[in-house]
Design a protein around this ligand. Structure first.
Ligand SMILES: NC(=O)c1ccc[n+]([C@@H]2O[C@H](COP(=O)([O-])OP(=O)(O)OC[C@H]3O[C@@H](n4cnc5c(N)ncnc54)[C@H](O)[C@@H]3O)[C@@H](O)[C@H]2O)c1
Ligand SMILES: C[N+](C)(C)CC=O
Length: 483
């Protein structure tokens, strides 16, 4: 099976190849087979992408917001028309089941292009009267933005970074994760087919060194990273040394709190979505499931029953609801955490093993009787491992939920809505849920607090992170100077 991309990079409106760069094998996670190869960007390729973006940005920014928006909404429609093919590609890139990718990946990318395409014509400044004089403000693009992606949502991340950047009149150079290099190339191809001027959205491949070269280049005005906290810290400090704008979408260890009065079926559904969707490889997952003592047995019993219904298998089969880990490396990391859970005294309710089949498959795993100090309760695992922790009181659970360096998401299940709002109000997290988990509509801001990130993606909030305001003072009378 071969799924070789047309070329490794997309620069200046066309595919570009340069095989002198380090080869990066594309591995299909469901079989471990190498299905293609791309080559990391050389300094020549990086140079070409940045120069192309600089030139393209000037043309793009000179167009009206309405013209920009029209091209973006056309691209959104094209993505939806090609949803099947893009979803199959996403499945090959990540191993996520087609059942998921057809519903979420290209569609959420299209949502972003449609939403920000619609906003593009509305981006205006304001008029501030000052007696006879006045100030007006102009919302201007930042210039060249660099997007650096993680491997779990390659199409979505390429669009979530690209759409607000483009709406504001910026150009983008996007570097996908080296683990999932294919999807962003298709996003670039479709955007240009929809009418995007050459150079406005470029894709270059490579490992962290390519990302670092982009972050450190003085022609780059903004960096948006989706990745782990350690990478985020490196990228943030490199960007700071050049005074660049940043958005950091980083990791999490989010609390999902289930009170005694919660609807058990919904709480179990939320916990499944918040731990096993994408085989647990979701940044916002509620991996610390705090269950109040009165509901614990009912919750665990129903959870075990429903996990029996997971269909683990070929991700391209529409019946499959649980696929492999993205890579052998990620599988090994998660297996290490599974072993640690048992070693440190957590009770294994189900799972805990690699599946005896080709590909990087792990069992959906639940540990109960987890305590706050255990490694599996403290570190981001990024795999299908749920930790269930007991609690007694509201005050206690809030304190324990907040006792982490992370602050991406948080969820509460309760039938008492006053309590739901009260508890959410006290949780230190950026993207929160009441009686739900992991919904991420483009209309809502998405992002974290504490070590989980800086800035917000999606919603009108993202506009502030991809544009800046110029203010212009206009004097109507004479200028009074002291001498
Ligand atoms: N908050 C969010 O929206 C969100 C979404 C998805 C994933 N994530 C996080 O991403 C992580 C998993 O993804 P990953 O393993 O690809 O993360 P990672 O941090 O290893 O890599 C992320 C990206 O950064 C690049 N990179 C690495 N070092 C760099 C450097 N020094 N300079 C510039 N770029 C560099 C990588 O090549 C990759 O493209 C998890 O921690 C997860 O929580 C966060
Ligand atoms: C943004 N989200 C939650 C869809 C994917 C994060 O990994």
């Amino acid at each position: 099976m071969q799924l070789q991309p047309t070329a490794s990079h997309f620069i200046g409106g066309e595919y570009v190849e340069d095989k002198t760069g380090t080869p990066i094998e594309i591995v299909y996670p469901a079989t471990g087979e190498v299905i293609g190869t791309v080559y990391a960007a050389t300094t020549d390729i990086i140079e070409r992408a940045l120069e192309s973006a600089k030139a393209g940005q000037k043309i793009w920014a000179a167009m009206s917001g309405r013209e920009r928006g029209r091209i973006m909404t056309r691209a959104a429609a094209m993505i939806m028309e090609r949803n099947h093919d893009l979803s199959v590609l996403e499945t090959y890139d990540t191993g996520k089941p087609y059942q998921e990718t057809i519903a979420v990946d290209a569609t959420s990318g299209a949502d972003a292009l449609e939403y920000f395409g619609g906003l593009a014509a509305t981006l205006t400044g304001e008029h501030i009267p000052l007696g006879e004089d006045w100030v007006y403000t102009v919302r201007e693009p930042l210039g060249v933005c660099v997007g650096i992606g993680a491997w779990n949502y390659p199409t979505q991340i390429a669009c979530w970074k690209g759409a607000p950047a483009l709406a504001c009149g910026n150009a983008m150079v996007f570097k996908p994760s080296e683990t999932t290099p294919m999807c962003a190339l298709k996003v670039a191809e479709i955007l240009h087919e929809a009418g995007l001027p050459a150079g406005v959205y470029n894709v270059v491949q490579g490992m962290g060194e390519v990302g670092a070269a982009l972050v450190n280049d003085p022609r780059v005005d903004k960096v948006s990273l989706t990745g782990s906290v350690p990478t985020g810290k490196k990228v943030y400090s490199a960007a700071a040394s050049h005074m660049k704008h940043v958005t950091m979408e980083l990791g999490g260890k989010s609390p999902l709190i289930i009170f005694d009065d919660a609807d058990v079926e919904n709480a179990v559904g939320g916990a499944i979505l918040g731990n096993f969707y994408s085989s647990g490889q979701v940044c916002s997952n509620g991996t610390r499931v705090f269950v109040q003592k009165g509901i614990k047995e009912a919750f665990l019993a129903r959870l075990s029953e429903r996990l029996e219904g997971a269909v683990i298998g070929d991700p391209l089969d529409e019946a499959t609801s649980f696929g492999p880990m993205v890579s052998e490396r990620q599988m090994e990391i998660v297996l290490g955490y599974m072993a640690k859970g048992s070693e440190e005294g957590a009770r294994l309710v189900c799972g805990g093993n690699r599946l005896d089949r080709e590909g990087f498959y792990l069992e959906p795993t639940v540990f109960a009787d987890v305590t706050d100090g255990m490694t599996i309760a403290r570190e981001e695992i990024f795999g299908p491992v749920m930790s269930v922790l007991d609690f007694e009181t509201e005050e206690e659970v809030i304190e324990r939920a907040n006792a982490t360096e992370f602050g991406l998401s948080a969820g509460v299940f309760t039938s008492d809505l006053s309590r739901g709002h009260r508890v959410i109000g006290k949780l230190e997290a950026g993207s929160c849920f009441i009686n739900s988990y992991n919904d991420a509509p483009v209309e809502a801001p998405f992002g974290g607090v504490k070590n989980s990130g800086v800035g917000r993606e999606n919603s009108k909030e993202a506009i502030n992170h991809y544009s800046q305001v110029k203010s212009v003072y206009v004097r109507m009378g004479d200028v009074e100077a002291p001498f």
